[in-house]
Design a protein around this ligand. Structure first.
Ligand code: HXC
Length: 536
């Protein structure tokens, strides 16, 4: 990673020719302070930050925002604490840079810990600055981005520091579903501090410099005897691939912040807006010839669902979330006909595309996010069912699978189901069937929609006949074929209005684009209540 020299956000030069001597001295003082803000209280701290492979907070802000768009709030704020030597060090900013700027011309608010000052730890003044910027973001209706690189609660400030965190958590929740909130972890994020990130909509991490955990390696060794490094315990790959806490892991900060800018292009600034349309030269009626042969007719043969997604979206481009976790379901943001959509799709290459605990949670969270921010949902179904197994049952697949069901049932955005090969049992219902509220459902001709696969169905309903059959295998195959022909095909569902049409795979993009266009002004009312009790 190339470390750029620190860029600065200078105050505009003041024309002080007409100023009185008193005023001139005050202006001089403000300009001298600017130097402090740029270098940090101790210039050696910036060198240490670079030596650790990290950018400084102001370099990060420069990379994230449009050039010269940053406006800092409370740069002159200092703490008023006095204990444990704090009275001798009162650096400006109090270790957090807050303000607003633009990304592609759209306003965003941010705060970024300055690790060079008290390790970016959070004290009373530091917390109040964050509270103020969060309140501003919510009242203006613009996304909030946190650049996290801090040591947690400032030890010297005791309970006031803890209360400061409480104020952040409360605001994270109050503004959840009101403005997009994105956490970028660019240093340590330990203890209670990690919960703020967990309460936000997206978490991005960078390999080698970001670590998140509730209790660090030392405490773990003391309590359980286990030995583990910071990176092994809570590094970017651990959270992006194992715990699912992070949506993405990056190799460096530049890549991470660039991707964050890209993510914002899919999102509205707040829940009262529709997400921004993106002009495209990709015609909506583009014929998807590639789809005709993509999906093998044998329901047990895998293919990569991402190829299918790329074929139907604008410019073959989509933004996948949690791409290294619960990969049996794909969640991605994309555009169709310029309109942002959230795509949820079973991935046949992983666990045959079954839904398990992690996949249910991943998809449920994504559906809830899209619904909160008016992003239409496209659900691409090729699902054999929920993953069977003792581990899944004992770990609560019923409870976790219910999260996905709840998320869909509650969603009031435009919802379109596309069944491409098979849709069996409870998983068919959960994956946005008409019965749980999809506005439209389309199916490709060759697929099976049924309570279970034809062979399994034959085993149950023709059990007695099979037991006495001369050639049980031939009888089973015959019975399965009969079941498939009579019941397990999309025309059966279409005759009953559970599928709106059986479509040619080559016309998928056009079909979806026209449906989305029609549903753009959809308005749904939900029953009045304080809130439902979602399965947790
Ligand atoms: C005040 C702190 C501090 C803290 C570090 N510093 N942690 N100052 N409060 N919590 C100071 C150090 O004294 C040092 O100051 C500077 O920050 C950099 O710290 P180093 O240790 O030199 O940096 P590094 O080696 O990179 O280690 C970073 C670290 C480590 C892993 C974050 O400092 C650490 O473990 N700190 C303690 C973390 C912690 O326990 N925080 C409380 C978590 S509980 P000088 O002057 O030497 O540069 C919590 C509760 C939240 O946050 C509850 C919410 C409900």
């Amino acid at each position: 990673m190339t470390l750029t020299p620190e860029h600065t956000h200078r105050i505009a030069p003041v024309d002080d020719r007409a100023a009185t001597p008193d005023m001139r001295s005050l202006i001089d003082r403000r300009q001298r302070l600017q130097h402090d803000l740029e270098t940090g209280a101790d210039p050696r701290a910036a060198t240490r930050q670079h030596a650790g492979g990290k950018l400084t907070v102001r370099e990060r802000i420069d990379l994230l925002l449009d050039q010269d768009s940053f406006v800092e709030v409370e740069p002159l704020r200092r703490h008023r604490a006095s204990g444990f030597g704090l009275d001798k060090t009162r650096p400006h900013t109090d270790g957090v840079v807050t303000g607003w700027g633009t990304v592609d011309g759209r306003t965003v608010f941010l705060y970024g810990h300055d690790f060079r000052i008290f390790g970016g730890s959070l004290g009373e003044a530091h917390a109040e600055k964050i509270h103020k910027i969060m309140d501003m973001a919510a009242s203006v209706g613009a996304p909030l981005i946190s650049l996290c690189d801090g040591a947690g609660a400032r030890i010297q400030e005791g309970v006031t520091a803890l209360a400061g965190y409480g104020g952040i958590f409360r605001r994270n929740v109050d503004y959840s579903g009101v403005i997009p909130q994105i956490s970028v972890i660019l240093g340590p994020c330990a203890g209670g501090a990690a919960y703020s990130a967990a309460l936000t909509d997206f978490v991005f991490m960078v390999r080698g410099i970001s670590q998140m955990y509730v209790t660090g390696p030392d405490v773990i060794t003391a309590v359980t005897g286990e030995r583990i490094t910071h990176e092994q315990l809570g590094g970017a790959d651990v959270h992006a691939g194992t715990s699912g806490v992070a949506h993405h892991a990056y190799d460096d900060e530049q890549q991470c912040l660039e991707d964050l800018r890209h993510l914002l292009t899919y999102l509205p600034s707040n829940n009262r807006e529709l997400p921004p349309q993106r002009p495209t030269r990709d015609p909506v009626h583009r014929v998807n010839t590639a789809l005709v042969d993509l999906v093998p007719t044998d329901p047990s043969h895998p293919y990569d669902m991402r190829t299918l997604i790329a074929e139907i979206v604008d410019d073959h481009a989509f933004f996948e979330l949690n791409e290294a976790w619960a990969t049996n379901v794909v969640c991605a943001l994309a555009h169709i006909g310029g309109q942002p959509v959230g795509i949820i799709a079973n991935q046949p290459t992983v666990l045959a595309g079954t839904l398990d605990i992690d996949a249910s949670q991943k998809a449920a969270r994504f559906v809830t996010f899209c619904d909160a921010f008016n992003i239409a949902l496209i659900t691409v179904v090729d699902v054999p069912g929920f993953l069977p197994g003792v581990v899944q049952e004992h770990n609560g697949i019923i409870r976790h699978g219910a999260k996905l069901l709840y998320a869909y049932c509650e969603a009031s955005v435009p919802r379109i189901q596309l069944i491409v090969r098979k849709a069996y049992g409870g998983a068919y219902i959960v994956m946005d069937s008409r019965a749980v509220g999809a506005d439209l459902s389309f199916a490709w001709p060759g697929n099976e929609i049924a309570v279970m696969g034809a062979e399994a169905a034959a085993n149950v309903i023709f059990r007695r006949e099979l037991a006495t059959a001369e050639d049980p295998d031939a009888s089973r195959a015959h019975s399965a074929a009969r079941y498939r022909e009579e019941l397990a095909h999309p025309y059966y569902a279409a005759e009953r209005g559970l599928v709106d049409d059986v479509i040619d795979p080559a016309s998928t993009r056009h079909t979806l684009a026209r449906a989305l266009n029609m549903l753009r002004s959809k308005h749904a009312t939900l029953p009045e209540r304080k809130h439902g009790i979602r399965p947790m």
